[in-house]
Structure formats: structure tokens, C-alpha cells
Design a protein. Structure first.
Length: 378
């Protein structure tokens, strides 16, 4: 579900403005002109962005959902590469997104109902601005996280290959055992693994989230074959495609360097993944292996914060202390559901168990939501 925040150097492109994108209130225009958050008013049919011509640098979008449907907000680079996103904005709620934008053409998009390509408008970014990575500590943070990604991607290929081999051999029990293990490495590195257009849904898309004309493939198609239809005799081509797609995304991910803001946003988005997919059991609905994904998202979020830690300690030591405490609390809540080397199945947890886990993630998400603003603070 989540297509976590990405960094990209962009060439200028001519982008089409989606229907219903225009206009904003005078107050919104005043705030945007003053350098405050750029107001975005999302309805079921419109996505009104207060300011669409920006100077290069960091910007905050304040998205208000004034519609009746849950919505998402994205900032896209050329080729629908996601620079930043906020998902699951319920009606009546307001969420903020901080992004770092180099000069070039972008699109802002709201997705009412969280489906489709969204209602879009062009964002034109001009001027020269020093990137955050001109700061040595922030550059070191991105380099540290890139090493983490590279440490995970090798295992992702290896374990996905073993899973694919088991599927093709017709060994359903072995494939079931390997499924959550292979996905662990995917879930840890989503802030970079989900950068690339159609590869994310091809690898990790769920059947009910497919766009019109999109084929159901990847991990969750094989999950359905293994646990629901209980027939993998014809799953070989899907398995081969999964491994090929994983190898392709790994090659791309290992050459991608996230911006410091994207590290901060990615840490938060991984927790949103837990709150909206793992806690509810929607993600691994056939296998019920959601807690493996939960643990991996938590580990990935912690890795992103660890990369930023030297910067955060200098700028807001109290926030670091709170993050340490809340990570420890979330890990303790999750560890109560250990089962050998793995985890209990989601359908074996009680409503009280799930509420306790949800409360722990929400308590951690609150301080993590402050990290991006600290990162960009001078």
C-alpha cells in the first residue's frame, strides 16, 4: 500500500494538469506567500494547491481532507517517481508533508478513495538552493542508510530466490515457511524499495488495490495461491516474474540515495504501514503472517532514525530520548508475541492484543512525525 518517499534528480518535463486543480482561499495564498505551509484542500473531486510555483529547497504541504473519502497526497517527479507522500488522510483530518525539491517539474496529486492516478496539478520549482546534503552530518546520514539498504537487498534476493524455488518445485510447506522471511527484507527497506513506478505494485500489490488493467502478481498473488486456492501448480510464471522484479528493483535501489527529509518521512511511513495494514490484518490476509511485516517495518524505521541520530542529537536531544523510549516500548509490546524464531499469526491475537500493539505504534509515530521538521531546521 505504501509507496514511501523518494529522492530524484529531475529534468524539466511538460506535465498535464488534472481536472479540478485550481484556486485556493485568500488566507491560503497569504500563508503560502509568507513562506508557511502550502495549503492543499482535498475533496472527493478536487485537489486545490495554494501555490504551484516554488523556489527550490524544502517545502511543507498542509493537506486538509474536506471530502467524504479517505485520501492520499503525493508529490511526483517525472515518471511518477514519488518524492513524498501522505496516505490514509481520513475525512476532516489535516496532515503535513515536508519535501526537498530541486529545480524542475513535479506534480501534486490527491487520490480520493486512495485509488487511481489522482487529481493532479503541476508544481514548477526554480532557482538554485543548496541541498541538505551539503551539510556533512546529513550527507553522512544518507550514506549510512544507503549501506543499510545494501546490507538488506542481498538477503532479499537470496530469500526470494529460495521462496520462488520452493513454489516452482511444488513444495507448498517450504514455500509457506519462506514467504514471511523473504518479505522481511522487503519490508525493512520500503523507503527506497518502493521508489520505482510499476515495480512496487508488481511485487507487493494486493488484489483489491489494483488499478484498471493491472495484473495481480508478486508476493500476494503467490500468498493467495498457497493459502487460499491451495494450488501452486501453475504459479511458476508468477514466481519467476517476482524474482526478476525483485532483482530489478534491488539494482535500482542500491544506486538510489534518499535525501535526509526522505529518511525522516520514510521512518514515519513505515509506522503508517503497520497502523493501516499490519494491525488490521489486511496486508497478509491469506497467510496471517502480518507480525513478520510489523517487525520488519519497525526495524526499518529504527534504521532510518539511527542514520539520522547524530543530527537529531545535536538539534533536539530531548526528541532522541523520547524516540528511544517509544521504540523500546513498541519492541516490548511486539516481543510478547514471539513464537520460536518467528511470530504468532495475526488471527491468533485477541482484540486487546491488537489494541496494545496499535497504541504502542501510535505512541511512537507521534515523536517520529516531528523528525522531518528537526532535520530541516537550521
Amino acid at each position: 500500500m505504501t509507496r514511501v518517499n523518494r529522492l530524484t534528480a529531475l529534468a524539466a518535463a511538460s506535465l498535464v494538469v488534472g481536472a479540478g486543480l485550481a484556486g485556493c482561499s485568500s488566507d491560503d495564498k497569504k500563508d503560502a506567500k509568507a513562506g508557511g505551509p502550502i495549503a492543499v484542500t482535498a475533496t472527493d473531486k478536487e485537489c486545490k494547491v495554494a501555490k504551484t510555483e516554488l523556489a527550490s529547497g524544502t517545502h511543507t504541504f498542509a493537506i486538509q481532507n474536506s471530502g467524504s473519502k479517505v485520501t492520499e497526497f503525493y508529490v511526483y517527479a517525472t515518471g511518477d517517481r514519488v518524492i513524498g507522500e501522505v496516505e490514509n488522510i481520513a475525512p476532516g483530518l489535516k496532515r503535513e508533508l515536508i519535501v526537498e525539491l530541486a529545480a524542475g517539474s513535479y506534480e501534486a496529486a490527491c487520490k480520493p478513495g486512495m485509488i487511481g492516478s489522482g487529481v493532479r496539478s503541476t508544481l514548477k520549482v526554480t532557482g538554485e538552493n543548496k541541498p541538505l546534503t551539503d551539510d556533512a552530518a546529513l550527507a553522512a546520514a544518507t550514506a549510512s542508510y544507503q549501506k543499510y539498504v545494501q546490507s538488506q537487498t542481498g538477503a532479499l534476493i537470496t530469500k526470494t530466490g529460495e521462496f520462488v524455488d520452493a513454489v516452482k518445485a511444488g513444495d507448498a510447506e517450504k514455500a509457506k515457511a519462506l514467504f514471511p522471511i523473504a518479505r522481511t527484507y522487503w519490508e525493512r527497506i520500503e523507503p527506497v524499495a518502493e521508489i520505482f513506478g510499476d515495480l512496487d505494485p508488481a511485487i507487493d500489490g494486493r488484489e483489491d488495490a489494483l488499478e484498471p488493467g493491472q495484473e495481480f502478481t508478486g508476493f500476494h498473488k503467490l500468498e493467495k495461491d498457497l493459502w487460499d486456492t491451495k494450488d501452486i501448480s501453475k504459479s511458476g510464471p508468477v514466481a519467476d516474474k517476482l524474482l526478476a522484479d525483485v532483482k530489478l528493483i534491488v539494482a535500482k535501489a542500491n544506486s538510489e540515495v534518499l535525501s535526509p527529509v526522505q529518511l525522516a518521512n520514510g521512518a514515519k511511513e513505515l509506522l503508517d504501514e503497520v497502523a493501516t495494514g499490519k494491525i488490521t490484518g489486511e496486508e497478509d490476509r491469506y497467510s496471517h503472517t502480518d507480525l513478520w511485516d510489523f517487525a520488519a517495518n519497525l526495524e526499518g524505521s529504527k534504521a532510518a532514525i539511527a542514520a539520522l541520530r547524530p543530527v537529531l542529537e545535536k538539534k533536539d536531544a530531548a526528541l532522541v530520548k523520547t524516540l528511544d523510549e517509544q521504540f523500546a516500548a513498541a519492541e516490548a509490546a511486539l516481543n510478547k508475541h514471539r513464537d520460536g524464531d518467528g511470530w504468532k499469526f495475526h488471527d491468533k491475537l485477541s482484540k486487546d492484543d491488537l489494541k496494545t500493539l496499535s497504541d504502542a505504534i501510535n505512541a511512537l509515530a507521534e515523536p517520529i512525525s516531528k523528525v522531518a521538521a528537526v532535520v530541516v531546521k537550521k
